[in-house]
Each structure stands twice: as C-alpha cells, then as structure tokens.
Design a protein around this ligand. Structure first.
Ligand code: COA
Length: 151
C-alpha cells in the first residue's frame, strides 16, 4: 500500500474527508491551499491527509481520515508518520495538528506519534461550525492544539 500525492485533476475523496471535518466548504477551501495525500488499497482510497503550510518552516497536518472499515489497523499512525517524514524532507521545522476537546482517541494517537499539547483555541468549533458536535458524550467546543519539533 503506497501513500501518494493526489493530483489537482483528480477528484477529492470527499466522503473520507468529511469523516474528519463536517464542513465541505471549509475542506474545499483548505485543500486548495494545501497538498492532499492518499493511501489506496485495491484502487480504492482508504486513507487521506492534507498538509498545509501555515507559517515559514511550519506545516499543519489537517484532515486525517481512514475509511471506517479500515480503522483500528494502524493506518492512521502510518499516515501520520508518512506526513512527518515528508515534512522533514521538505525542510519544515515544526508540525502542528489540532483536534476537538472531545476527540479522545485522536488525542491519544497524536501523543503516541510524538505531538505535545501546546494550547487550546477556546470555542473554535462553536465559532466555525453551525451545528453542535458531540463525541464520546462530550460537547466539542474547543480545539486542542498540538505540535512537534521536526529537527
Ligand atoms: N485511547 C488510547 N489509544 C487510542 C485510542 C483511545 N481511545 N484510540 C486510538 N488509539 C491508539 C491506538 O491504540 C493505536 O495505538 P498503538 O499503535 O500504540 O496501538 C493508535 O491510536 C493508532 O491507531 P490506528 O489504528 O493507526 O488509527 P486509525 O487507522 O483508526 O486512524 C483516525 C485514526 C483518527 C484517523 C480514524 O479513526 C478516523 O479516520 N477517524 C475519523 C476522522 C477523524 O476523526 N480524524 C481526525 C480529525 S482531528
């Protein structure tokens, strides 16, 4: 299974991207500004992530998603390690990632992959999303910001 760049002429795997972010409008906006990478199995896209430069030497890993039937098999971790490797090769010094206060599994995964919590963007989700998001019985209101040094 190979992870490769999705080219501009290729169709976005929107149903997969929507697993990580309920707003198609926001997805289309940041995918246009960043680079989308995919993992295929039997010609079907089963994993995706987007890399977006946010500041000089800083890249953000956004919209990480694995298709539901393939979750829990180590693919999410493989995608994150691939993103870290590519970003180091490109000379980025810092990688950032953000997730909801209710995304307990994601917070575990990101810390297992070397990210550390750097801050909280209070009310990010209530400001940017019209509908209320609930996960693990928790209201998702704040974005937990994480970062790792790539040097
Ligand atoms: N508590 C502790 N560890 C957890 C956990 C939890 N609740 N949930 C996951 N993990 C750990 C696993 O144990 C595993 O660790 P290990 O390698 O030490 O065993 C690790 O996270 C990686 O799991 P993996 O199988 O690689 O994850 P995945 O392929 O299921 O992908 C997501 C993870 C988040 C990408 C996937 O579940 C997904 O697409 N979810 C929907 C979209 C989404 O929420 N994206 C993130 C937006 S911020």
């Amino acid at each position: 299974m190979e992870i490769r760049r999705l080219y501009n002429h290729e169709k976005l795997p929107m149903s997969l991207l929507l697993l990580a972010d309920p707003s198609q409008k926001l997805i289309e906006e940041y995918v246009n500004r960043g680079e989308c990478f995919i993992l295929e199995k039997n010609k079907e896209i089963i994993g995706v992530y987007v890399l977006l430069q946010t500041r000089p030497e800083t890249v953000e890993l956004i919209n990480l998603a694995v298709s539901e039937s393939e979750q829990g098999k180590g693919i999410g971790k493989k995608l994150i390690l691939d993103a870290i490797h590519r970003s180091k090769e490109k000379g980025y010094k810092t990688m950032e990632i953000g997730t909801g206060n209710s995304s307990v599994g994601q917070l575990a995964l990101y810390q297992k992959c070397g990210f550390r919590i750097t801050g909280v963007d209070m009310d990010f989700f209530t400001r940017h999303y019209v509908e209320h998001i609930f996960e693990n019985g928790i209201w998702c209101r704040d974005m937990i910001r994480l970062s790792q040094d790539l040097r």
